[in-house]
Design a binder for this molecule. Structure first.
Ligand SMILES: C[S@@+](CC[C@H](N)C(=O)[O-])C[C@H]1O[C@@H](n2cnc3c(N)ncnc32)[C@H](O)[C@@H]1O
Length: 321
């Protein structure tokens, strides 16, 4: 279970000192209801609301981005980026996951239209010596024209909030701003997957290599099925998160869909992505694997001791040969 790194949860806790938990819960519920109803982050209208977002959503989006980056970094282990552009950055969630995945990062530009979330990102950045952060407070439509390119460009849980007509132009601009990687993370819903699929098709048409989760640049074998490609990140719930959500289970499962597209990475050993929780019983581990043609089931019998032991350590979202 991946929670927030110590420095970030410490910085968040410091911000929560002397804050009324009753008010925090009310704000968190208003934000969650708005997201559930398909609304966006315009519901976050104060420093207090931004804190509520950081308590109820940041740990989950962090866990999702971190899981996606773990998979991408496994495919391109020698990649050592120095610069980052995080669009729709909110409180900087994706940037904090990125510096954990790539400690070589030295500077980041965060763009967001919401001043309260961006101010919280700036406050968090003062708690880490890792990164020099620049903030651009503007809409993507305006800010991307003036943004400079970066080794990694990230768009985490932001495409869902753009008008559908703005997606293609924004994606093209993000791709041109990316020197090496473009990372897109979306909610793990059928709609989130549809947006990821549209991005995948558009980026492949522009010559992108798919670093993860796909093992190829051919047609997505799930595109015409009932199944949608998504993954799960399990994370611990803090006491404040439990209270804000009035939850009693000490963990949360965040479903997400993602795409990591790259430039100039040469030959890649990408394996086959595991598309569901492996089934483990007394006789075998059964994996549902993505292949270029169709998802397939691979059974690893208990009798094959080493392979069975290795398969038991695998999880939904991992890649295998
Ligand atoms: C759901 S939050 C995600 C924040 C952060 N990336 C994360 O993963 O936690 C979406 C963010 O995108 C920003 N956003 C949405 N539409 C935008 C636009 N057109 N221009 C700039 N920022 C935008 C919102 O202000 C908000 O901070």
């Amino acid at each position: 279970m991946a929670g927030l790194p110590g420095w970030l949860s410490g910085a968040l806790q410091a911000k929560l000192e002397n804050i009324s938990r009753t008010d925090l819960r009310a704000s968190a519920q208003r934000i969650s209801e708005r997201y559930r109803a398909g609304g966006g982050s315009d519901v976050i209208r104060s420093e207090f609301d931004a804190l509520a977002y950081a308590v109820v959503r940041m740990p989950a989006t962090y866990a999702a981005v971190r899981a996606a980056l773990t998979q991408a970094a496994g495919i391109v282990p020698d990649f050592a980026p120095r610069s980052l552009l995080d669009v729709g950055a909110g409180p900087g969630t994706a940037s904090w996951a990125a510096i954990d995945a790539w400690p070589t990062l030295q500077q980041a530009t965060l763009i967001d239209a919401n001043p309260h979330l961006l101010a919280l990102a700036a406050a968090f950045s003062r708690s880490t010596s890792h990164l020099a952060m620049a903030a651009m407070r503007d809409t993507l439509a305006h800010a991307l024209g003036a943004a400079t390119s970066a080794d990694v460009v990230m768009a985490s849980y932001v495409f869902a909030e753009l008008a559908s007509g703005a997606l293609t132009g924004t994606l093209e601009r993000l791709w041109s701003l990316s020197e090496r990687l473009l990372v897109i993370v979306e909610p793990g819903t059928p709609d989130g997957f549809k947006r990821i699929l549209a991005c995948r098709d558009a980026l492949i048409a522009r010559g992108a290599q798919i670093i993860a989760p796909c093992s190829h640049e051919g047609r997505c074998p799930l595109a015409t099925t009932e199944r949608w490609c998504h993954f799960n990140a399990r994370l611990p719930r803090s006491r404040d998160h439990l209270a804000a959500k009035e939850a009693d289970v000490p963990f949360e499962d965040e479903k997400f869909a993602y795409l990591v597209a790259g430039k100039d990475f040469g030959n890649l050993a990408r394996g086959h992505r595991i598309l569901a929780t492996p089934k483990v019983d007394k006789s075998a581990v059964t994996l549902t694997l993505c292949t270029p043609e169709t998802p397939v089931q691979r059974r690893i019998a208990r009798g094959d001791k080493d392979a069975y032991r290795a398969a038991k350590r695998l999880d939904w979202g991992d890649a295998v040969d």
